[in-house]
Design a protein around this ligand. Structure first.
Ligand SMILES: [Zn+2]
Length: 386
């Protein structure tokens, strides 16, 4: 999740929001101003409703943040680093740096979020009671009560037993605890995430079609999103298992066609790019050191009049994290967004380009490992830290 706007740091953790949060902020304020408050205190001005609804929506976002912060704080305490917390349209994401070390830690990190939402719900409900008893205006009491109830709902929703929801993580921790097999626990959580997502989608569509309520569309969308996210998680697990113990040298293209930085573009196109089976080329300096990247796509956009220029004048920069050593683990390439849509790493040995790895190469590794698995299923690993 990209942080579009930084809010600052809490305990050293960068807190940010994605632009899509404004959509939900507006949506919540609209529901509160147009529906919740008028029902509690009929006949007030729209201005008053909105003046209460906007802080109410902000309060709700703050409670979402508390939920994510709880995950983050417990993760830290259990030795798992936290990269950032980001709020977006469907809630919050606490990005952890690594995996929980054991099932107990997994359970504690997952449970902390919903417990915080439940606690926030209780505190807000009690404050609504207290506010009502001292004669606070009905719109404010209603706003507090609504935020409390929504937090309780959030906790219950997050406890649905399917990844990537917190309930799915709790399920994973429990299976992991009982079986000692992390991989199996992962499979149970993502499988159940797809079932939960399908069930929500089905319920949403039924609500839309049978009852004619457009709210069903939202539920169907959330269900579809859950199915998608659970599928992505299952896929990333398969990739991780395939890449475990494999060095980068096993999947790299050895001695790839390179583009010398000083060579005229037109000459490189005619001599190499038009014949090569690659669509991306490391750009190299005089000593064979990596200097950048150029792609067929980029070359094809260069006007004929400019093909007399040097290759490095059209090369993309090669950030340091896109270089790797042949002995690096292949798993280090997994979370990378491919550079120029294709390149995962330029492999450098003794300062020279010795190979490169594309997204396609990683995909092939995964498919081959699945074929191997089918031919001879592996015994379950004890720790499951594949
Ligand atoms: Zn959570």
């Amino acid at each position: 999740m990209r942080q579009s706007l930084r809010l600052g740091r809490v305990a050293g953790i960068p807190i940010g929001i994605n632009w899509s949060v404004f959509v939900i902020l507006l949506l919540i304020a609209d529901i509160v101003a147009g529906n919740v408050l008028p029902r509690a205190d009929h006949g007030r001005s729209a201005g008053l409703y909105w003046a209460v609804a906007v802080p109410t929506a902000a309060l709700f976002l703050a409670s979402l943040l508390a939920h994510e912060a709880a995950h983050a704080v417990v993760a830290r305490r259990r030795g798992v680093g936290v990269r950032s917390i980001t709020l977006w349209m469907l809630g919050g994401v606490a990005q952890l740096d690594g995996e929980p070390p054991n099932a107990r830690a997994d359970f504690a990190i997952a449970a902390a979020g919903p417990l915080t939402s439940l606690a926030a719900g209780a505190v807000l409900a009690l404050s609504a009671e207290a506010a009502a008893s001292v004669g606070t205006p009905a719109v404010i009491v209603a706003a507090l009560a609504w935020t409390g109830a929504t937090n309780a709902l959030l906790a219950v929703f997050n406890l649905l037993p399917g990844a990537p929801l917190d309930g799915g993580r709790i399920l994973r921790a429990l299976v992991w605890m009982r079986s000692g097999d992390r991989a199996r626990a992962d499979r149970a959580a993502t499988g159940s995430g797809q079932v939960v997502g399908a069930a929500l989608s089905g319920a949403g569509l039924a609500q839309l079609i049978v009852l004619g309520q457009t709210g069903g569309l939202w539920l169907a969308f959330i269900g579809w999103f859950l199915m998608w996210a659970a599928g992505m998680e299952a896929k990333s697990r398969v990739i991780r298992e395939a890449a475990a113990g494999v060095p980068v040298s096993d999947l790299m293209i050895r001695e790839p066609d390179c583009a010398p930085a000083w060579r005229p573009i037109g000459e490189f196109i005619a001599a190499v790019a038009m014949r090569s089976r690659q669509s991306v080329f490391p750009v190299i300096g005089l000593d064979g050191e990596p200097r950048g990247v150029v792609t067929l796509d980029r070359l094809s956009r260069i006007p004929a009049a400019r093909t007399g220029g040097r290759v490095d004048s059209v090369a993309l920069a090669l950030p340091a994290e896109y270089t790797a050593a042949a002995e690096d683990p292949a798993s280090s390439l997994i979370d990378r967004r491919p550079l120029a849509g294709a390149l995962l790493a330029v492999v450098v040995t003794n300062g020279r380009v010795a190979g490169m790895v594309t997204a396609e190469d990683l995909g092939r590794l995964v498919q081959q490992s699945m074929l191997r698995e089918r031919a001879a299923p592996r015994p379950p690993t004890e720790s499951g830290r594949a």
